[in-house]
Ligand binder design. Structure first.
Ligand SMILES: [Fe+2]
Ligand SMILES: [Fe+2]
Length: 252
């Protein structure tokens, strides 16, 4: 019997020495992560609040305290104030692919400098298309990660939250039966399945900008390949973990 895979999905930490960042919530998340022992930790962007040098310095120190070392995509806040150069320096490449065991993880840079809107664009779509073709017949779990939303998320407001090319991205991930799409951005945790693909948004770990009574949180996703996927919310404000969604998976 194959062992279940545990993914911790953290997001929107908005780390900053200038306010708006709740260090005690970040530390509560660290404590929970230590206990949950995920196979991989994925950060869905807005690592910093304004893309500033002291914020990246602080964030890189905090990232070092998370084990295993998180995979991070940039958020719109990270690319403010020419922050993309600092992201590359302190975090790493903005678009990359990583293999962790049987997970094939594609980390995509959806923001553009000094814009809140996001898109993947033709170059990234083609790169994903080619990579998925190469994986045909392989026993892998395909995961795509970016900051903006792929479909509208309730309670997330009326701004430009969905990717500008969401239709093209959605068509491609469904056609290639991508197992999981991970996103952040508007601080609302949410899980939804469309055809064979599960879309999961994470809330904010440590920003004061929470929505309604949703509080601060991160997600834990457990996958038993060919059997079941469960999405849990670890709510840091209430100190509870609760099941958000459970999906039977197609036999591989
Ligand atoms: Fe955010
Ligand atoms: Fe954002």
């Amino acid at each position: 019997m194959s062992r279940s895979i545990r993914i911790a999905q953290i997001s929107d930490t908005h780390i900053s020495p200038y306010g708006g960042f709740e260090k005690r919530l970040f530390e509560a998340a660290l404590e929970k992560l230590r206990r949950l022992k995920p196979d991989v930790v994925i950060h869905c962007g807005d690592l910093t609040d304004n893309g500033l040098l002291p914020e990246y310095e602080m964030a890189s120190e905090f990232l070092d305290s998370i084990k295993p070392s998180p995979l991070v995509v940039p958020g719109n806040h990270d690319e403010r104030n020419y922050g993309s150069t600092l992201f590359r320096e302190f975090v790493g490449p903005m678009d990359t692919q990583v293999r962790v065991g049987r997970l094939a993880i594609f980390l995509m840079n959806s923001p553009e400098p000094d814009r809140d809107e996001g898109r993947l664009g033709r170059r990234r779509l083609l790169m994903l298309e080619n990579s998925f073709q190469d994986l045909v017949g392989e026993d892998v779990v395909k995961i795509v990660v970016f900051h903006h939303h792929l479909v509208p998320v309730p309670y997330s407001g009326r701004e430009m939250n969905v990717l500008e090319d969401a239709g093209d991205v959605l068509e491609m991930v469904l056609r290639h039966r991508v197992d999981l799409v991970l996103m952040g951005h508007r601080h609302v945790r949410r899980a939804l399945r469309i055809e064979d693909t599960v879309l999961v948004n994470a809330g904010t770990v440590s920003s004061i900008r929470t929505r309604g009574r949703l509080g601060n949180s991160f997600n834990l996703i457990e996958i038993e390949p060919g059997k079941l996927m469960r999405v849990f919310e670890a709510n840091l404000t209430e100190g509870v973990e609760r099941l958000l969604a459970e999906y039977p998976l197609r036999k591989q």
